[in-house]
Ligand binder design. Structure first.
Ligand code: GAR
Length: 203
């Protein structure tokens, strides 16, 4: 399976995907940020990559659509891509998933770690979900969670979560590559059986 990965910055989830390539292959990396560490990483690994200047949003969205159509990936993975995909881009991409640092539907958007602390939540985690036109709103495919240590600040929570994100994302992409995880409309299937709940994996 060929995957295209969209990033905006550090690219540690991209790096985890690159190191896990056997059931799938990263065929293209796209970034909206010229200085994204993930772009240097793609170059080091000889993966074709494109940087799209987002200062003109309409033009950027058109370029992204054209690129996604040309790349013809089997799956598009948003791994820290901090732009909302237009409906046309979602359509051009075909199958799109996103990783988000919260236990959705809790805390779509930004500053998820701080929100966990402010609300004195017992659990924190990450979600891989299908992408639709709502912000962090598509069908939830899988989550990982851990118990919050109340002495941790937001940065420590983010550090604790990121290595679990890497495991969750590579696991889910592997399951999709093996056709073990599929979805249609708003229904998730594992090994062709309907799943009423997303996969929950604790690491
Ligand atoms: C990750 O924590 C990812 O879940 C988050 O951005 C970070 C990117 O890190 N994504 C979102 O907040 C999307 N709503 P990385 O660049 O090191 O993979």
């Amino acid at each position: 399976m060929r995957i295209a990965v969209l990033i905006s910055g550090r690219g540690s989830n991209l790096e985890a995907l690159i190191h896990d390539q056997n059931r799938y292959r990263v065929c293209h990396v796209i970034s909206n940020n010229f200085n994204a560490r993930g772009i240097a990483l793609a170059q080091r690994h000889g993966i074709t990559n494109t940087i799209i200047d987002w200062s003109d949003r309409r033009q950027a969205e058109q370029m992204l659509c054209d690129l996604l159509i040309a790349v013809k990936a089997d799956l598009v993975v948003l791994a820290g891509f901090m732009r909302i995909l237009s409906p046309a881009a979602i359509n051009a991409a075909g199958k799109v998933i996103n990783i988000h640092p919260s236990l959705l539907p809790k805390y779509p958007g930004l500053k998820t770690h701080q929100k966990v602390i402010d609300n004195k939540d017992q659990w924190h985690g990450a979600t891989v979900h299908m992408v639709n036109e709502e912000l962090d709103g598509g069908l939830i495919l899988a989550q990982t969670r851990f118990q919050v240590d109340t002495s941790m600040n937001a940065e420590q929570l983010a550090d604790e979560l990121i290595s679990k994100e890497h495991k969750l994302l590579t696991t889910v992409v592997g399951l999709i590559a093996d056709n073990q995880m599929t979805w249609q409309d708003q229904l998730l299937y594992m090994n062709e059986k309907t799943c009423s709940k997303p996969l929950m994996i604790e690491y």
